[in-house]
Design a protein around this ligand. Structure first.
Ligand code: SAM
Length: 229
């Protein structure tokens, strides 16, 4: 989808207190230096406008959250929405102290430059771009190349939660996870009608849009296989 550039979005992001300008400076120190605590660190890669992670951050103040997004305009919209929500809740939208959500604008290819080995407790991949042509397969966020990066930054007992309405990407991922040393612990081909897996589900923007059209939502939860430890 083509996203129209918003004038001034780069400048806004460059000075926003919730956007981490030099994420490499916090490698290995996110909890202590950015959040000032030792709470679990949850990362959504390709968060879009961030409904999912913004909502999670309010629902679970005991956790730390990072929304990771490649596109500047999309990130700008996510940040503006978050700051609007802070205002509505009576918080100062210019003050990041004590808040449990931060944003990074970058490409997931560079994750290992920003996060130390096993620093992240959980990774969320929601409605990742499908890249349907074989020649672009390594751009899929569930390709073996990306799974190797997640293997490094994720805690040994950490998990990846992936949902999409794209059957091609989901079928591909059902093969790449086990082939890359991950066990699919839970899986559904109709999340919204799966009472157990849907419990506590927070819909993303894409999820709301595509489920309203009648598309079933697929979800899997993966963790390392035992021998990968
Ligand atoms: N997760 C949101 C949702 O479910 O509504 C957005 C889904 S949208 C289809 C995919 C998002 O992933 C886009 O905003 C895109 O810019 C971002 N993205 C794609 N490849 C990325 C990468 N390599 N690193 C970071 N973000 C990426």
């Amino acid at each position: 989808m083509r996203i129209r550039h918003i004038k001034g979005s780069e400048e806004y992001i460059a000075s926003d207190p919730f956007v981490i300008q030099q994420p490499e400076a916090y490698k290995g120190k996110w909890k202590k230096e950015v959040f000032g605590n030792d709470a679990p660190l949850y990362l959504e890669i390709g968060m879009g406008m961030g409904t999912f992670i913004r909502t999670h951050s309010f629902m679970y103040p005991e956790n730390n959250y990072i929304g990771f997004e490649l596109n500047t305009t999309v990130l700008y919209k996510a940040v503006k929405r978050y700051e609007g929500e802070l205002s509505e809740r009576g918080f100062d939208p210019g003050d990041n102290k004590g808040r449990n959500l931060r944003f990074i604008r970058s490409d997931a290819r560079f994750l290992c430059e920003y996060f130390e080995d096993h620093e992240v407790d959980r990774i969320y991949l929601n409605f990742s771009d499908p890249w349907p042509k074989d020649k672009n397969a390594n751009k899929r966020l569930t390709s073996p190349q990306f799974l190797r990066l997640y293997d490094r930054i994720l805690k040994k007992d950490g998990r990846i939660e992936f949902k999409t309405d794209n059957r091609g990407l989901f079928d591909y991922s059902v093969e790449t996870f086990p082939a890359s040393g991950w066990e699919i612990k839970e899986i559904t081909y109709d999340l919204h009608n799966d009472v157990r897996m849907n419990e506590g589900n927070v819909m993303t923007e894409y999820e709301a849009k595509f489920s309203a059209k009648g598309n079933p939502i697929f979800k899997l939860i993966a963790a390392r296989t035992k021998d990968q430890g």
